[in-house]
Design a protein around this ligand. Structure first.
Ligand code: GLN
Length: 255
């Protein structure tokens, strides 16, 4: 049964470079869920030197260590104005960890390298040169976006992100560090753009977040506010999320 006639236009940014903790799994989960709902998608994988396509309904970028971030930062900055336009046009965006940091205003790593971001998010990130901060471990957050609920994943970042007045947090931290380990915020939201520190990859075991991104992409494609009906997530997906929550809770109680 085909739900919609028009294919969703998916853009995956630097999949060959920004793929820490197999964040490519987010694309696989999206492809599977779209297929399951009878939604056709087209995919453009864009890396250094490639031009962005004219249109996009959903954009994904994964995480990367400082070296990988340095490799893409100039090319990403050159794409910034089009990425900002897509954010303003309510394209559905998911930026994870290192990709999330570079969708902010800038990121300074713990060697002092200053990397400009796309400025989609009013956010800055610093990896302290002195303090030995590195957020590593299972993380469980509660999204502030209605209908998404709890989200689980894994975090590993030295950067501490601080949100400015023109962006909202994606979630509050239940167990783990989140943006900076200080203010209990996790991630960022600007219009339909979501940034998060959650690897895992995050979409395969967080079905409500996946459906939220897919639903926004459909609304963008059809230029109307759709509330498409999606079939319930499979029991395996819900079991994976529940197991991750149990593991995170147990590990946090031991800390
Ligand atoms: N290099 C960044 C940091 O350490 C992001 C790491 C990542 O994407 N896992 O904060």
């Amino acid at each position: 049964m085909r739900l919609f006639d028009l294919p969703l236009r998916v853009v995956s940014l630097y999949p060959d470079i920004m793929n820490t903790y197999s964040d490519r799994g987010n694309l696989l989960a999206l492809q599977y869920r779209a297929l399951q709902q009878g939604i056709e998608i087209t995919l453009e994988e864009i890396s250094v030197g490639d031009l962005l396509p004219a249109e996009c309904d959903i954009l994904l970028i994964g995480g990367g260590q400082d070296e990988e971030q340095k490799r893409i930062s100039k090319d990403l900055k050159a794409k910034a104005s089009q990425l900002q336009n897509w954010a303003e046009e309510d394209v559905s965006i998911l930026a994870v960890c290192g990709g999330f940091q570079l969708f902010g205003k800038w990121y300074r790593d713990n060697k002092g390298n200053y990397l400009e971001g796309t400025e989609v998010f009013d956010m800055t990130t610093i990896a302290p040169r002195t303090a030995k901060f590195r957020a590593v471990g299972d993380i469980w957050v509660t999204s502030l976006i209605e209908g998404i609920g709890d989200v689980v994943g894994f975090e590993n970042h030295a950067g501490q992100s601080y949100l400015g007045p023109h962006v909202s947090p994606f979630a509050t931290v239940k167990f783990g560090n989140g943006n900076n380990g200080l203010d209990s915020t996790e991630g960022a939201v600007y219009r339909n753009a979501i940034g998060t520190y959650l690897h895992g990859s995050v979409l395969p075991k967080n079905p409500m977040l996946l459906d939220y991104l897919l639903s926004n992409a459909l609304s963008h494609r059809y230029n109307e506010n759709l509330e498409p009906y999606f079939s319930s997530p499979s029991p395996f997906v819900l079991q994976a999320q529940s197991t991750a929550m149990d593991v995170t809770r147990r590990k946090s109680e031991k800390r």
